[in-house]
Design a protein. Structure first.
Length: 251
């Protein structure tokens, strides 16, 4: 009993040491920011961020642009006047994020199986020729087995999400077929809570409205993230120790 207690204490001490090492730097940073507002990130070039990779998508064969002599019109032009919509790297456009998702799922599965096994020998090596006493000694039924299995599973999901906002995005890449790779990030600080909105994806120039806006539903490979951190997020999030215990404990 004493050895098992010592082992538990040693295990708990090891876990606390690991937690303190992994969260030490984060704890020092948080202590240095006590009483201060969360700092906003500096404006940076998205293409220079760690992990950034240029987007590669299937492209059609390139087409040769033909020019008509004595004509003001050129193939691929949208109008005689300059188009103010985003069309090259560095241009800005406004993404209208309008997400209203609602899903209801209900599943139920029932399964039942009953099995009965009964094996025996009615006549064993001519036992019927022997007397009643010999028949009582000889084996009759070898195996009797009964099995019953029942499974009843139920599950339901009810989800409803709504997000409506606007964010300005910058064109980071122009694909060979003319589609634009855009990425935008917005940070809003209210008191001691900072909210972040990130939008990225691929858009067609034809889907950009005349006022240089595009709906989020027309963004291919869309990546939309909305969250933040601050005092409210810290209270809503479980402590580091609870998160570590949830990962390590098998029950």
């Amino acid at each position: 009993m004493l050895i098992s207690k010592f082992r538990r204490i040693a295990l708990a001490g090891t876990m606390l040491t690991v937690v303190s090492i992994t969260t030490g730097c984060a704890g020092i940073d948080r202590l240095s920011q006590v009483g201060e507002e969360p700092k906003l990130s500096a404006i940076e070039n998205p293409t220079t961020q760690p992990g950034y990779k240029p987007v590669q998508m299937p492209m059609p064969k390139p087409e040769t642009v033909s020019y008509n002599p004595n004509s003001l019109w050129r193939n691929g032009s949208r109008s005689f006047f300059k188009d103010q919509r985003a069309h090259q790297i560095g241009d800005l456009l406004t993404v209208t994020v309008n997400i209203t998702d609602q899903a209801n799922f209900a599943n139920e599965t029932q399964r039942q199986r009953i099995a009965t096994e009964d094996s025996g020998i009615t006549g064993f090596l001519g036992s019927s020729l022997f007397g009643q006493r010999a028949q009582s000694v000889l084996p009759g039924r070898f195996l009797n087995a009964d099995g019953l299995m029942q499974t009843d599973g139920k599950g339901s999901i009810v989800r409803q999400e709504t997000l409506q906002t606007n964010v300005a995005a910058v064109v980071t890449q122009v694909l060979p077929n003319g589609n634009l790779v855009v990425e935008g990030k917005q940070e809003i600080r209210v008191n001691y809570e900072k909210r972040e909105l990130i939008v990225a994806g691929i858009v067609r120039p034809e889907d950009i409205q005349s006022d240089n806006t595009i709906d989020s539903s027309k963004i291919a490979q869309a990546r939309i993230a909305y969250g933040g951190h601050g005092e409210i997020s810290d209270i809503q999030q479980p402590r580091y120790g609870s998160q570590v215990m949830d990962v390590l404990l098998p029950f």
